[in-house]
Design a protein around this ligand. Structure first.
Ligand code: ARG
Length: 457
């Protein structure tokens, strides 16, 4: 079997080299985009008088048939045909004869593969964006239910100040909102047409790149042929945006894992997203968030792999770049899978507000409110901090909470403290004192949720 590029070769490809270099087992995934790009290219060639109209019709009919065969799983994949581009072209030749060879006029696999990948990736970015939006809407719904659910807020994983679960959930809404923006922004850079750059230098045929771009839904044409066939920065920035989504999901996962431990007892995952232990009958393990946390490593790893893949490549195309595909395919599958499982898991999550409330009171979480109360009496904050700290020490020594101290005990530490202090020391008062924009007060979070919903629609 002679290769499509076999003209100058006298020796057959080494058998192992053939399977080593083949990408068909993964890039077959691009067949729809490959055929879509070929069809528009073919119509453009005819429009420009580069091939005849009836030749174009034959080619277009043939491409429709090839696509149907691949969809039906009827086209056998062969390592000697390397990749999806060669499979389509060679099957086309079998179906319609030598006229098939005219399709590759004014084109190279180098601009072809870059075009295919951009067509594919822009759709996937849209799907990721939609999946992020779905997760965000589940988050907003859950946050709304828990606007008044008080829990401990943490720094250093130590109880810090009371917050509401609604506020905590909305933090993830904001992270995901930036993720969604990133995908919208990078899509514009993906959506530029490489086709017409040919192998590297452009083509002598009178092609119409703008028309092709419009037909394929690209916003513009890549402006430099060398760049168009040889950069994969659009893949890398998608990988980076995906790695950030995964980082956000991984942090959230870590919290859900902690919170579902009996030592916290804040939440329970539904049976549908947990598994049992084969030896310990009592166990319910948070597998869904654990897997999401684990898979974040894969995506970050691929990002590093892609950056490393590109960093030493001279212009223009290099075969190394074939290695971009498995990475970006896996990234997209992983992110989409994780977003899906996360959404399902949150819909079914069970929250234990009483446990959260009890935990919010542990660890003198209103000590800052006590200091803020002293500031309102005219005491400088640094001094107020010191006084509040001394009262915490009394609590530590006597095994009580700030709320449980008597007024007399407090006045023994500082005589300026009045009876109004008691109202300041509850976790509810602490939360609702924080009405500042972005704060955790019930009313503020309600407003935040409203504005979040507006951004989603
Ligand atoms: N399978 C190749 C890739 O993914 C297609 C481009 C091949 N071009 C070439 N000059 N060998 O990069």
């Amino acid at each position: 079997m002679t290769k499509l590029w076999g003209g100058r070769f006298t020796q057959a490809t080494d058998a192992f080299m053939e399977s080593f270099s083949a990408s068909i087992h993964y890039d077959a995934r691009l067949f729809r985009q490959d055929i879509q790009g070929s069809m528009v290219h073919c119509r453009m060639l005819a429009r420009q008088g580069i091939i005849a109209g009836d030749e174009a019709d034959l080619i277009l009919d043939g491409l429709v048939r090839v696509r149907a065969e691949i969809e039906q799983g009827e086209l056998p994949f062969r390592d000697d045909l390397e990749d999806i581009h060669m499979h389509v072209e060679s099957r086309l030749a079998e179906l319609i004869g030598p006229v098939a060879g005219k399709l590759h006029t004014a084109r190279s696999r180098n601009d072809q593969v870059a075009t295919d990948l951009r067509l594919w990736l822009r759709e996937e970015c849209d799907a990721i964006r939609d999946a992020v939006r779905t997760l965000q809407s589940v988050l907003v719904d859950l946050a709304e239910v828990h606007v008044e659910t008080i829990m401990p807020g943490f720094t250093h994983l130590q109880n810090a100040q009371p917050v509401t679960l609604g506020h905590h959930l909305m933090a993830y809404f904001e992270m995901l909102d930036r993720d969604r923006q990133r995908f919208s922004e990078l899509r514009k850079r993906i959506n530029q047409l490489p086709l017409g750059s040919a192998a590297l230098a452009g083509t002598p045929y009178p092609i119409d790149r703008e028309w092709v771009a419009k037909e394929l839904g690209f916003e513009g044409v890549c402006r430099n042929s060398l760049d168009a066939v040889s950069d994969r920065d659009f893949v890398i920035e998608t990988a980076a945006a995906a790695a950030l989504v995964m980082t956000h999901l991984s942090r959230f996962s870590e919290e859900l894992i902690l919170w579902s431990s009996p030592n916290f007892g804040f939440i329970e995952l539904s049976d549908a997203f947990a598994t049992g232990s084969s030896i310990m009958p009592q166990k319910k393990n948070p597998d869904a968030p654990e897997l999401v946390r684990g898979k974040s490593g894969r995506v970050t790893g691929h990002l590093m792999g892609l950056l490393t893949l590109m960093k030493g490549l001279p212009l223009a195309y290099n075969r190394d770049m074939q290695e971009d595909k498995e990475a970006i395919f896996d990234i997209v599958d992983t992110v989409r899978g994780c977003l899906k499982v996360f959404t399902g898991m949150l819909v079914e999550i069970r929250v234990y507000p009483e446990v959260m409330l009890a935990a919010a009171k542990v660890g003198y979480t209103t000590a800052t409110d006590l200091a803020d109360y002293l500031v309102r009496l005219g005491i400088p904050f640094r001094q107020a901090h010191e006084i509040s700290g001394r009262l915490v020490r009394v609590c530590v020594n006597t095994g009580r909470s700030l709320e449980q101290l008597t007024l007399a005990e407090m006045q023994a530490v500082d005589g300026r403290i009045g009876s109004e202090v008691m109202a300041v020391l509850t976790v509810t008062a602490s939360v609702n004192a924080r009405k500042v924009v972005g704060g955790t007060a019930f009313t503020t979070v309600r407003t935040a949720i409203e504005s979040a919903r507006a951004r989603l629609s």
